[in-house]
Design a protein around this ligand. Structure first.
Ligand code: SF4
Length: 265
């Protein structure tokens, strides 16, 4: 059986399509942070119809991203990124365990590409599309304690060598639905916005009603924590930017060397 984690974004969509072509049994799962854009949830539904599949959703013990932030009392950043573990990795591990999945009955196909960022080029540049490794190799989290069993599940990155153009071309040739966020200035799909993403993503989110709601909710938390003299170090929504500028529509310029510090699951 092939497990394909899908985000509603283009890369995991192509992986799903490639997995379907093998004719092997397939299970799709969305790592649900409760912080996706409504268009992404709609895209997941559209993918179910187009590919004739069902997409399952992981469940975290928090009330989505905002519930997690209220619990953690700090904003995730490149030094302390609890959101990935608490909202994606732990719920995914539980989903795998609850389904009785292990190295003997499944393999997992992920949609990471080395073309996506320098971080990913460094991490995945030496990997070929048909290389086989383990979930624990993808993220050391899955090697810990009781999870060793699932850490040994074999994994592939079938599009690790593909570039962005190839991905868009593949979806277009298939005639498949594409997440409309790509047409509105986004390069990434998932948490809206990812708290570690590049400025362009925040800027585009600041011009979208859902993004505005999410940014306003985070600013309200920042204000609350300041008023409460929260002693945690990372209580500013973003360490460098004033995210209020994105809501105000100010022209926030992106530095040439910025890149996304997105989840590695
Ligand atoms: S996508 Fe970004 S905000 Fe969402 S869990 Fe991953 S690192 Fe955190």
């Amino acid at each position: 059986m092939i497990i394909v984690p899908v985000s509603g974004g283009k890369d995991s969509q192509v992986v799903l399509s490639l997995a379907l072509k093998t004719g092997k049994p397939l299970v799709c799962v969305h790592q649900n942070t409760g912080f996706d854009h409504p268009d992404t949830y709609a895209q997941l539904k559209a993918m179910e119809s187009f590919y004739g599949i069902t997409i399952e959703h992981t469940v975290s013990k928090y009330d989505g991203m905002l519930g997690y932030l209220k619990h953690a009392k700090y904003f995730p950043n490149s030094s302390a990124r609890g959101c990935t573990e608490k909202l994606k990795q732990r719920p995914f591990a539980k989903w795998l365990i609850d389904k009785g999945l292990n190295k003997d009955n499944c393999e997992i196909w992920f949609g990471m590409r080395s073309d996506e960022s320098k971080v990913r080029a460094d991490k995945y540049g030496a990997i070929a599309d048909d290389d086989l490794f383990t979930l624990g190799d993808v993220a050391a989290f899955y090697n810990g304690g009781k999870m060793k069993e699932i850490g040994a599940i074999p994994c592939r990155l079938p599009i690790v060598s593909w570039n962005t153009e190839q991905i868009f071309d593949y979806i277009e040739q298939e005639g498949a639905p594409l997440n409309p966020l790509y047409g509105r200035g986004h390069h990434r799909v998932g948490c809206y916005p990812c708290l570690l993403s590049r400025k362009a993503e925040w800027k585009a989110a600041g011009q979208d009603p859902t993004g505005q709601r999410h940014l306003e909710a985070m600013i309200a938390l920042e204000d609350q924590w300041k008023a409460e003299n929260n002693p945690r170090k990372f209580i500013k929504v973003h360490r460098v930017w004033d995210v209020r500028d994105f809501l105000a529509g100010k022209d926030v310029r992106e530095l040439a060397n910025e890149e996304c510090g997105y989840c590695s699951i």
